[in-house]
Design a protein around this ligand. Sequence first.
Ligand code: URA
Length: 211
Amino acid sequence: MANQVTLIDHPLIHHKLTLMRRAETSTATFRTLIKEVSLLLAYEVTRDLPLKYEQIKTPIAFMNAPVLAPEKKLVIVSIQRAGQGLLDGMLELMPSARVGHIGLYRDPKTLIPIEYYFKVPYDVEQRDVLVVDPMLATGNTAVAAVERLKATNPLSIKFICLLAAPEGIEHFTEIHPDVPIYTTAIDEHLDEHGYIVPGLGDVGDRLFGTK
Ligand code: URA
């Protein structure tokens, strides 16, 4: 495994991911689960956020208490449409983070990503970017999204997904060796349509009930 891949290993995540993988899981349950997992993911990917100390008064005494350093500004960039599922949970934990959207879809024949929307905060140059997309499959979409984001010159970029395929990790790390990947599982391989096996199917369809 490449150095830059962090496999988030937590019993709650494993359990919830298994529920999400089950073909019979309903859209409503899938939506709830992806939100819950994204809260746990957010907890892990923000481990390195810097703290500063402020004097506060508890009901008992004064103390120097840690708070997030305000200069560390985040933007969560969701790759549409499946990224929305991870975005919602992350925002719950980090309500003041800014949000960007990248609209990319995979051409079903070539699997090449086509961009139809791009909007990030005007001050992205002063921000650390968390890119969210549940599936790192071929890696084509993730590679294109990160390429596009790099052109806006943010302070740093992390890529966060639920599931990754070995092919996607290899492709992504070859093109963007400087961008760490966070995932909750690495599955076996891709099928001929670019779906992760065993995977959990098409996240967009399962999230929005479109199939
Ligand atoms: N996108 C999905 O939604 N699922 C996959 O398995 C691969 C890409």
